[in-house]
Design a protein around this ligand. Structure first.
Ligand code: 4NP
Length: 159
């Protein structure tokens, strides 16, 4: 299979995208694909620069066996050169990322996370930040499903 560098992007980089990063990293480790796929995450806002993921997301993730411990950073134009696939959690993220794309080649790297869903029909990954426990569980359900779909495509070199 091809090598891939994957970047997950949400607004704050403390809930959805660091969770997606942790989920995909665990799947990659399980399949022994660490040499083939690298994963990172970023936020369009920079509001939480340097912060650990939201404690609620860390707690819900830990219950499923994940460790979410990446530090928040802002998405930059340079990320278009460092990554092959850039995944937006919702339409606002998608627009904010696309606005920074320097060329057509960069634009082609940007995809919506839900494009890789197989079991759910959501058109975006809802932001759990202002929600209760249900929102965090739903985000994790959707991210696990989409990460599985994404990884399947990568292992078949379909991306
Ligand atoms: P995320 O969630 O984009 O999934 O990390 C949010 C985190 C923080 C804020 C909004 C969304 N905020 O406004 O601080």
């Amino acid at each position: 299979m091809k090598n891939y560098k994957v970047l997950f992007v949400c607004l704050g980089n403390i809930c959805r995208s660091p969770a997606a990063e942790g989920v995909l990293k665990k799947m990659i480790e399980k399949q022994g694909l660490q040499d083939k796929i690298t994963v990172d995450s970023a936020g369009t806002s920079g509001y939480h620069n340097g912060d650990l993921p939201d404690p609620r997301m860390r707690r819900h993730g830990a219950r499923r066996g994940y460790k979410f411990d990446s530090l928040s950073r802002k998405f930059t134009c340079g990320d278009f050169y460092d990554f092959d696939i850039i995944l937006a959690m919702d339409d606002n993220n998608y627009r904010d990322i696309m606005r920074l794309a320097p060329d057509l080649e960069s634009e082609k790297k940007v995809r919506r996370m839900v494009d890789f869903s197989t079991r759910f029909g959501y058109d975006h990954i809802p932001d759990p930040y202002y929600s209760g426990a249900d929102g965090f569980e739903l985000a994790l359900d959707l991210l696990e499903d989409a990460c599985e779909g994404l990884l399947n495509k990568m292992t078949r070199s379909e991306l």
